[in-house]
Design a protein around this ligand. Structure first.
Ligand code: NAD
Length: 457
């Protein structure tokens, strides 16, 4: 599909310049339209996600539909407050004066999305962009074609298309869009494309948010409630798109002594959740496509040589299924420990003492999330102090995303900028500094000639 990116931006800029998208009424009406899409089209969304990822209905509802509905509801509830200028105290330097921070929309923004949560990761940033009063182009991922096409159809029906447009397509279409001048680019995807986006943005001095991935560690200390830890780990890994999640636990670090207990407990809980033949489970997503299936199969083959499979390992290429798989004695320099796994394989790195986890984690790029299960106060504090990550959780996984009061974004290799809740509004706003003075209080000391007494004034 050829896209006339220049014409699209021109139309959106003209809509933005008209001022209509900056009004409270327009923003609220568009947020209500997005909410309607999520609530009136549950079935269509669930079917599209099943077609793209074989995503279980429960996951489709909780992680995609409900996530978008609550983002819309929160924005609608808070919009007046978010849009309000914030008064700031002034000092003697500007006396008499008043000061405020006025949030203003950036203008015309581009949102490029990915395939693993193709509904929520597309619309969540759109909620922020609209709440902040911008005009928007959403480019969903071509890797999830059913959801991309549904988004295009539903937004076409529900929202004001003079201000919000969906452009479907792959690399050529995205490249054409990236050549245009935008006022912000919000990208979710891998770091290689993130670099392409950043270079394209640099040409126009366009600010960016990059929501990337990384290898998210899970440290498991001894003397914990291991059964609860195992269940929470399974929920964040296999219970979220079968490991195809940016904040999914990527590898475990535990002590050599504790490793077999960790393996046994996770294995036993996995069997309770997904049965003896997980390839048949209706509660596990499939792998997105053959390319990713082959990538994961290669990682598994490599580990068979360098480490050992202690749970799972079954796969079915015809149906793009891979079972939850745990790998032990994985060398730190093995293939699976190089890049983000983004699938159902979970290697375990063992250390002599749990404090050695810091060297392992900090020897890699900064992850999007880091997790630790422990009851040890000192260890927790050390983890929070010395591990740099987009976000972290003590004694759970992934749940920080569900807290709209917390920013969601990466650091270093895992990205830049953040969103969710008010942070989404801020991501698409400029905080304009406004100082107001009257004609009183005009002090001669600031003007030439600069006589010595003026310097000391
Ligand atoms: P993807 O293949 O869907 O690509 C993402 C977007 O980039 C798509 O819209 C695609 O059309 C576009 N794109 C791809 N190649 C391009 C190119 N050469 N030029 C311009 N545009 C191009 O998704 P992906 O990258 O495979 O996504 C998986 C990655 O995303 C993982 O690393 C994961 O951790 C990360 N991710 C991050 C978050 C987050 O919120 N931080 C969420 C989900 C996924």
């Amino acid at each position: 599909m050829a896209v006339d990116a220049e014409a699209v931006v021109k139309e959106l800029r003209s809509t933005y310049t008209s001022g209509k998208t900056t009004t409270y009424e327009w923003r609220a009406s568009q947020l209500k339209a997005l909410l309607k899409i999520a609530t009136h089209h549950e079935r269509d969304i669930i079917e599209a996600l099943r077609s793209d990822l074989n995503k279980p209905e429960h996951e489709a509802f909780v992680h995609e539909i409900a996530a978008v509905s609550s983002a819309c509801k929160l924005a609608l509830k808070e919009l007046h407050r978010w849009m309000k200028p914030q008064k700031v105290k002034t000092t003697i330097t500007t006396f008499p004066s008043s000061a405020e921070i006025v949030p203003e929309p950036l203008g015309v923004v581009l949102i490029i999305s990915t395939w693993n949560y193709p509904f929520s990761l597309s619309l969540d940033p759109v909620v922020g962009a609209i709440a902040a009063g911008n005009t928007v182009v959403l480019k969903p991922s071509e890797v999830a074609p059913a959801t991309s096409s549904l988004l295009s159809k539903l937004l076409g029906e529900y929202v004001d298309t003079s201000g919000v447009k969906v452009i479907e397509g792959a690399v050529p279409e995205t490249t054409a869009l990236l050549e245009q001048k935008w006022d912000k680019i919000f990208f979710t995807g891998n770091g290689t494309v993130g670099r392409i986006v950043l270079s394209a943005a640099a040409k126009h001095l366009t600010p960016v948010v990059l929501e990337l991935g990384g290898k998210c560690p899970v440290v498991i200390d001894a003397n914990i409630n291991l059964k609860v830890a195992a269940r929470r780990l399974i929920s964040g890994k296999w219970g979220m798109n079968n490991g195809q999640t940016c904040v999914a636990p990527d590898y475990i670090i535990t002590t050599k002594e504790y490793a077999s207990e960790v393996v046994d407990t996770i294995s036993s809980e996995l069997e309770k959740f997904y049965g003896k033949d997980p390839l048949q489970s209706k509660d596990l997503s499939s792998i997105i496509n053959t390319r990713h299936f082959d990538r994961l199969a290669k990682l598994l083959d490599d580990v068979k040589v360098s480490g050992k499979i202690v749970h799972g390992g079954q796969s079915d290429k015809t149906n793009l299924r891979i079972a939850p798989t745990i790998l032990l004695d994985v060398p730190e320099d093995s293939l699976i420990m190089k890049d983000e796994i983004f699938g159902p394989l979970l290697p375990i790195i063992t250390v002599n003492k749990i404090e050695d986890c810091f060297g392992v984690i900090n020897g890699k790029g900064k992850p999007l999330a880091a997790y630790m299960f422990t009851n040890d106060k000192k260890l927790k504090e050390e983890f929070i102090r010395s591990v740099s990550a987009g976000g972290m959780i003590i004694n759970d996984t992934v749940l920080h995303l569900a807290e709209p009061g917390l920013p969601f974004g990466g650091v270093g290799e895992s990205g830049m900028g953040a969103y969710h809740g008010k942070f989404s509004f801020d991501a698409f706003s400029h905080q304009k500094a406004v100082l107001q003075r009257s004609f009183m209080g005009d002090v001669a000391a600031r003007y030439p000639p600069y006589t010595p007494w003026k310097l000391r004034f």
